[in-house]
Design a protein around this ligand. Structure first.
Ligand code: FE2
Ligand code: FE2
Length: 471
């Protein structure tokens, strides 16, 4: 593998200097990216120093630096994880064959599509979150927001590198278009639905990083299995950064739950709104919303595209090699949900056809862990209420449930029953107004807004009252 060239215009470990054409093309894209960042990245504090982690290597002993930097000067680089020697394809029709270092002609358009869809989500979330710094509950949180933002920017670089390097002119056009589509733009929106929803407040941000970034984890983990080795190694490294984004979500929601529990005890009431907190039923509604929107990202229960991606070796399952089956999946079967006007049932299909559902199941199981932790916090405070994931059919726009109304506990409802109850299940206008009313920025080092508990520790061994953003 090429050495890390950290001082290059574009830091990288892919020997950009050895490919002048590619280097020139990426250096021409770089100012467009910076322009996009300045126009549609964080809407404030762009020129304050932020204590950020920057990827500088991929090795075992430390891959990141921590230090204060102004975001437009962040060193967005291109890093591939180290190659695994003699790696072979782990699944599909090419199982056992050596992995590919170039794109096979017959899979060119499918691979390009996968890169574009993945790449598009990265800048989308930066756009969705661009106003949040103004209402950050603490400097610690503001820094975390910016950390997530710059790393999503780097993930865009990761996909853009692959497009430029392996897809010629088409790839360069795709890379330009990544900066032309915008989240929520009616004429030119982002590709996936959840990435056009606004992230209007910090509770939404914590939920987004918990539920929607976790979709990213599962997509990247499936792409890490890819027979196309550069994609596999790219995703492998992206997952290192992604883990922190989910920590921001899990600990963020956890701190809100903690604060709510504290206020409930202190004031001996379920209604902490008058005391500047967020009620548990509102937290439940936010969970319902963000979980169901994120489930849609996995696609329909059965999918020929997903089956083709798997058979051709482009995209595997989560932890493909740890599974005990033939890794071809043509003869194995499983049940998937099947909803009709008669009710919610199941039907049996091949594992190969049901890959979206399998990934959705893995994702759901992972989501459940956070809820268990938050419920432990509640139990420890002597509160009997729990927060639960809604039924897989609740409020879905994609797949078998899309034209049906399902309650969070999995009952098929009439349109009228749904309309009468929906404000108990999804954030209502007044819930959102209350949450919005709590959002005023706190910028004194170490201080927290009143709706969220203090984190248990600071970042990279710094104290909580550290000046994470220099104002
Ligand atoms: Fe990402
Ligand atoms: Fe992320």
């Amino acid at each position: 593998m090429a050495a890390v060239d950290i001082n290059a215009k574009i830091p990288n470990n892919v020997d950009l200097a050895g490919d002048r054409r590619l280097q020139r093309a990426l250096e021409q894209w770089q100012p467009k990216f910076i322009r996009w960042w300045e126009e549609l990245g964080p809407s404030a504090f762009q020129h304050n120093s932020v204590y950020l982690r920057t990827a500088v290597d991929v090795g075992q002993d430390g891959w990141a630096n921590f230090g204060h930097v102004e975001m437009p000067d962040y060193r967005w680089g291109i890093f591939l994880a180290e190659a695994e020697k003699d790696r072979t394809v782990a699944f599909g029709d090419h199982k056992g064959e050596p992995v590919w270092h170039e794109v096979p002609g017959e899979y060119r358009s499918d691979l390009r599509r996968l890169l574009v869809v993945q790449g598009d989500t990265e800048p989308a979330s930066v756009e969705q979150q661009r106003h949040l710094s103004l209402t950050a509950p603490s400097l610690y949180d503001m820094r975390n927001l910016f950390q997530v933002n710059v790393e999503e920017g780097r993930h865009l670089w990761a996909m853009v590198y692959l497009l430029h390097r392996y897809f010629g002119r088409d790839g360069r056009d795709d890379a330009d278009e990544m900066l032309e589509r915008h989240s929520g733009d009616p004429d030119n929106p982002r590709i996936l639905g959840a990435f056009n929803e606004p992230t209007p407040d910090w509770l939404s941000f914590f939920m987004f990083t918990y539920f929607t970034d976790r979709d990213g984890k599962y997509q990247l983990a499936s792409l890490r299995e890819s027979a196309f080795d550069p994609l596999s190694r790219t995703c492998d490294f992206m997952l290192k950064e992604e883990a922190y984004h989910m920590f921001v979500g899990a600990s963020g929601v956890g701190r809100v739950v903690q604060r709510t529990a504290d206020l409930m005890r202190e004031h001996d009431t379920d209604d902490v709104h008058p005391h500047g907190g967020i009620n548990l039923d509102v937290l439940q509604k936010y969970v319902n919303f963000h979980f169901s929107v994120s489930l849609d990202l996995f696609g329909s229960e059965t999918s020929t595209n997903a089956a083709n991606y798997f058979a051709s070796g482009l995209k595997g399952r989560f932890q493909e090699e740890r599974r005990n089956d033939d890794h071809r999946l043509k003869d194995d079967h499983r049940l998937v949900p099947d909803c009709s006007d008669e009710g919610i049932g199941t039907r049996e299909v091949t594992q190969l056809a049901a890959l979206n559902e399998t990934l959705r199941d893995d994702y759901t199981e992972d989501c459940q862990k956070g809820l268990e932790r938050w419920n432990r916090t509640l139990a420890e405070a002597g509160i009997a209420t729990t927060i639960e994931l809604p039924h897989v059919g609740f409020s879905r726009q994609v797949g078998t449930f899309r034209s049906h109304r399902i309650s969070p506990d999995g009952r098929l409802l009439s349109e009228r029953e749904w309309a009468e109850a929906v404000d108990h299940w999804l954030p209502s206008v007044s819930d959102r107004d209350h949450v919005t009313s709590l959002m005023s920025g706190v910028t004194e080092p170490g201080k927290m807004a009143g709706w969220v508990a203090t984190p248990s520790r600071g970042i990279h061994q710094q104290p909580i009252e550290y000046e994470y953003v220099r104002l």
